[in-house]
Structure formats: C-alpha cells, structure tokens
Design a protein around this ligand. Sequence first.
Ligand SMILES: NC(=O)c1ccc[n+]([C@@H]2O[C@H](COP(=O)([O-])OP(=O)(O)OC[C@H]3O[C@@H](n4cnc5c(N)ncnc54)[C@H](OP(=O)(O)O)[C@@H]3O)[C@@H](O)[C@H]2O)c1
Length: 293
Amino acid sequence: MKILLIGKTGQLGSDLIRNNPGHEISAPGRDELELATNNAIGRFVAEHHPDVVINTAAFHNVPLCETDVEHAFRINCAAVRDLADACRTIGARFVTFSSDYVFGGEKQTPYTEDDRPQPLQMYGISRLAGECAASAAYPQGAVIIRTCGLYGRSGAQSKGGNFVDNRLKDADTLHRLEMGCDQIISPTATADLSRAVWQLLAHPGAGPGVYHLVNAGACSWYEFTTAIYEIAGLNMDVVPVDRVGMSGAMRRPLYSVLANVRARSLGIELPHWRDALVKYLAKNQGSVKDAFR
Ligand SMILES: NC(=O)c1ccc[n+]([C@@H]2O[C@H](COP(=O)([O-])OP(=O)(O)OC[C@H]3O[C@@H](n4cnc5c(N)ncnc54)[C@H](OP(=O)(O)O)[C@@H]3O)[C@@H](O)[C@H]2O)c1
C-alpha cells in the first residue's frame, strides 16, 4: 500500500516507519506540509494520491492549549477535518490519533470506545472536536485511534526525552522526586502501538470509527515512575503526591485507562505496560544516558 505519513519525526511516526511491514511510505517533513497552513492539505494529499493517510501530528501541549485555543483547534480539529475531506475526495483511507483526555475520568473501570466522552480542558475538547469532524467529513473511511501516555525512541533525540527518558535523566542529578499518584493511566510504548496500527490497517474486518489502542494494565504516574527506577536498577526516593487532577486551574482526568475492545475483537492485543517498559529500557537505557551526557 502507498502510505502518506504525517509526523515522521515524532515518537509514533518514527516507530511506524521503523516497524513498517513493507508499505511504500512517503513522509513529508513540516517544511513540506505544515498543518497550520490553510489550504495546503487538500492539494498535498491529491498530489501524492496515497491509499492511506496516517496523521500522527497534533498540538498536544495540554497547558498551552488553554492559552492558544485557536491553534489547538486548527491542528487538532480543522486540519483533521481537512485531511479527512482530502482522503474522501481521492478514496484513500484516513487514520488519525486522539487521546484519553476526551474522557472526564469519572469511571473506575477502563473506558471503552462506546463510553461517553466528557473532556475537562481545551486540549480534550479540541481532540473530541477533531474526532467528530473526521467522522462527519468521512464516515466511511476515517479511523480514529485513541491512545494514552506515549513513550518511544524518538523522544530522546527530538524533544529532550520522553517521560521515561526524563526520569532516567533525573537519576543523574536527584535523589528524591515527587510524582502524582492521583491520575490512573495506560502508559503505552509507541513500539507496540505502531505494530498494532499496522495490524489494524491490514485487518479486513477493521471498519471506520473509534478504536482504543494502549498497552494492557493501568497505573498512576507514581507507580510508573517507581517501576522505571526499579527495572533500570537506579536508586530514587519517589514520593507520591495527590494533586486531585489539578494542574493550576486546569483539570485533568483522574482515571483515563482505555480498554481496546474493538481491536481485541479483531485479535489485536498489546502487551502489559510493565513488559513494554522492560523491553524499552533494555533497548534504550544505555543510549538515553549517552544522549543526556
Ligand atoms: N504523547 C502522548 O503521551 C500521547 C497521549 C495520547 C495521545 N497522543 C497522540 O498520539 C499521536 C502521536 O503522538 P506522539 O507522541 O508521537 O507525538 P510527537 O512525538 O509530538 O510527534 C508529533 C509529530 O507531528 C509533527 N507535527 C506537529 N505539529 C505539526 C504541524 N502543525 N504540521 C505538521 N506536522 C506537525 C511533529 O513534527 P516536529 O517534529 O517538526 O514538531 C512530529 O513529527 C498524537 O496525535 C498525540 O496527540 C499522544
């Protein structure tokens, strides 16, 4: 298949390329396709005429979405709608990503694809708007994948480290660290997510609509952090802090664990988050240390 991939430098985009099962991937950089530029998207997609467009780009700095609402809606909603529209015009499939932050966190059991979204802040609202816009523009061909707590290899080089890399980096300078124990999440390795995305795309039974794809299990950021140090064999006094889901005046969901109900019904399973973390650290702990020295 001919794939047009947006976001090649990102955690997920780079792992989609790394784990490509043999598709012809064309992956423009931001210098070639900037989603904030009006009118660029339709022409770009038409010129490339792919079988599938995969959009991993987003404006996902959650606090910044509160202050730059227009940009949040441009990238997370209007650009997603324009991509869906462009795919419909040429008959390509459209795959785009969304977030656990579409949920309000009131549940105590994993959210399924059928649960009612109830975002608590601008970021989540813009993501939910993007989901609705994609499905409305292209109900027959838009696949929306919600995921959570991503970490992947490209985080180390491009963004000063992902959450895992940054905790390893902390161990060089700190002995004590406070970490939130209030939010319960599904941390997910982009290595596993990328493989699941390719499986989903290849599955003849994978229709349009919303899918959840996260590593199995659930934990708080505090539990995830203690697991990082334990598996990496590093000493750190991690102190649990209950922020009751607040970042300043902004609310975050207290519980946003996702259940991959639709993917599982197609036989697509992701490993437990702890196994994924063990694998990530075995492969990357050394190179992360070198990158930060
Ligand atoms: N990270 C998480 O914890 C998390 C959680 C839930 C959902 N998700 C969603 O999963 C998807 C993949 O996340 P990720 O962590 O792989 O993201 P990422 O590492 O931040 O990568 C985003 C990619 O999109 C590109 N991009 C950003 N804005 C763009 C724009 N305006 N025009 C064109 N390209 C643009 C970036 O290019 P540059 O390198 O040039 O900036 C980068 O290649 C996103 O939809 C994200 O919101 C992520």
